[in-house]
Design a protein around this ligand. Structure first.
Ligand SMILES: Nc1nc2c(c(=O)[nH]1)N[C@H]1C(S)=C(S)[C@@H](COP(=O)(O)O)O[C@H]1N2
Ligand SMILES: [Mo]
Length: 256
């Protein structure tokens, strides 16, 4: 049923709707409208990044909710503990030695401790997370706008993508990673979050730092972020398709 509805919706959107009515639609609260599955995304008529950008510009804001809308419990999904010795060591030290490194095509590569990031101006946003497995939850995220971090490292003109490298690896030793267009790093709601619902991020939700890339599906929201690498092409990274799940066939541009 969900699958059918997702396809129907896509057909509908492909029609002759004007941009204004599309914007109204995307603000709709019906959760089923955004819990479609990646297999459907690639098989049904594809709503490409370009087409979606044409109707919802890059700087459009994701809907923000009120305190009363915050979900009573926010599920944890995917890896809920990196489970490595190094990570356990970081937990034992309360992440005091954790660093966020920003490297690659930047003029000023540098790293920040979590404490240093917390001293930068922060942003708090209450948004809805939609996982392709069929659940959604609303949470209040606080963190550092990634655009501010980018201003400090000064990306080189040929930098096109930001790759987020995470601390967790799967059974085959493949590390979780994600990526976005560099331009999306400057979206005001793109933050490296260190708090969920006013508490320091816990281990299941990605302590000490996780990405919030609003208007994108759950698997884009990388947890346990250690490193941001700016690159010109995604070809040389992981399986070359821009993310852990993308390498297994999920859409890279997972716009909601
Ligand atoms: N590092 C890492 N990030 C990840 C995952 C993961 O397994 N490892 N799972 C993704 C998926 S599929 C979802 S739905 C969200 C879940 O975030 P949550 O555990 O805070 O609910 O994290 C995403 N980011
Ligand atoms: Mo997910």
């Amino acid at each position: 049923m969900k699958h059918e509805r997702a396809i129907e919706r896509r057909r509908f959107l492909k029609g002759t709707l004007g941009a204004a009515s599309l914007v109204a639609l995307s603000g709709c609260d019906n959760l089923t409208q955004s819990s479609w599955f990646p297999a459907i995304l690639s098989k049904a008529e594809r709503w490409t990044e370009a087409a979606q950008r044409a109707v919802t510009p890059r700087d459009a804001l994701a809907k923000e909710y009120g305190e009363d809308d915050i979900s009573k419990s926010f599920p944890a999904n995917g890896n809920i503990d990196p489970g490595t010795e190094q990570y356990a060591e970081h937990v034992a030290q309360n992440f005091s030695d954790w660093t966020l490194e920003v490297i690659g095509l930047v003029r000023v590569p540098r790293s920040w401790s979590v404490a240093a990031l917390k001293e930068l101006p922060s942003r708090t946003q209450i948004t809805r997370h939609d996982c392709v497995e069929g659940w959604s939850a609303i949470g209040k995220w606080t963190g550092v706008p990634i655009g501010d971090v980018m201003h400090q490292v000064e990306p080189l003109p040929n930098a096109r993508y930001a790759v987020f490298h995470c601390a967790d690896v799967d059974d085959e030793g493949i590390a979780y990673y994600e990526s976005m267009a560099l331009a999306d790093c400057y979206h005001p709601q793109t933050i490296l979050a260190y708090e969920l619902n006013g508490q320091p991020l816990d281990i299941p939700h990605g302590a000490p730092l996780r990405l919030r890339f609003e208007r994108q599906l759950g698997y884009k929201q990388a947890k346990y972020v250690m490193k941001i690498e700016l690159v010109e092409s995604l070809a040389g990274i992981g399986g070359g398709r821009g993310g852990y799940w993308e390498d297994q066939g999920y859409e890279w541009y997972a716009g909601i």
